[in-house]
Design a protein around this ligand. Structure first.
Ligand SMILES: [Zn+2]
Ligand SMILES: [Zn+2]
Length: 201
């Protein structure tokens, strides 16, 4: 009998970029690379060709701040249109008297974008395909990194699965789609995961 104690919900998720890193496919050479992140930026680095990318995780807010030349009041108009946000100066209408005049576009940091979930086998920071990705009956089967892959194999091949101590509401296994947990598929999924474990890197 093999038994496994499940892990907390966020152990292996998009947030793994902040800890162990997410293994992803390099868009240039298709080799293995890693996505990491800190509070401000997300990074990609290819182990094969050395290709690197950085992305700002800050979410900005753009607004024209002005004093109306007609009615004399101070106002602020939010600029939602991404194309317009690039201009240093824009013509907008005063919200009080509606007269239009040029005003300076100011950028302020609003906060940090939170990491989205992994979707369709792609990580959410750069949209790169995960390195450990395969398909089972047309559905993506993937792991964020080697540790996650080992966890999935252990979890699915165990005879007994237990919740971690303290009974949290959601655990790591809640991320798994039903088709992976179904008894009739489990053995074949484990085989597929083991193949990824042996063939990659
Ligand atoms: Zn590369
Ligand atoms: Zn005005």
């Amino acid at each position: 009998m093999s038994r496994i104690i499940d892990k907390p919900y966020f152990t292996y998720s998009a947030y793994s970029a902040l800890t162990l890193g997410i293994q992803a496919k390099c868009p240039k050479c298709q080799g293995a690379g890693v996505v990491t992140a800190d509070r401000d930026n997300a990074f990609f680095r290819c182990h094969g060709c050395g290709h690197q990318m950085t992305r700002d995780r800050t979410v900005y807010r753009y607004a024209v701040h002005n004093q109306c030349r007609h009615c004399g009041r101070y106002y602020r108009v939010e600029i939602q249109d991404e194309a317009k946000q690039r201009f240093p100066v824009l013509h907008v209408a005063c919200p009080y008297c509606k007269s239009r005049m040029p005003g300076e576009v100011l950028r302020t940091a609003q906060g940090f974008s939170y990491a989205d979930e992994i979707r369709e086998g792609k990580e959410p920071y750069f949209g790169l395909e995960l390195w450990f990705l395969s398909y089972f009956q047309g559905k993506p089967v993937w792991a964020i990194n080697r540790e996650h892959l080992a966890y999935l194999i252990d979890y699915l091949s165990a005879d007994l699965r237990e919740k971690p101590f303290g009974l949290p509401k959601r655990t790591q296994a809640d991320h798994l789609p039903t088709f992976m947990k179904t008894a009739k598929n489990r053995e074949r999924i484990v085989k597929l995961l083991k193949k990824m474990q042996g063939g990659a890197d």
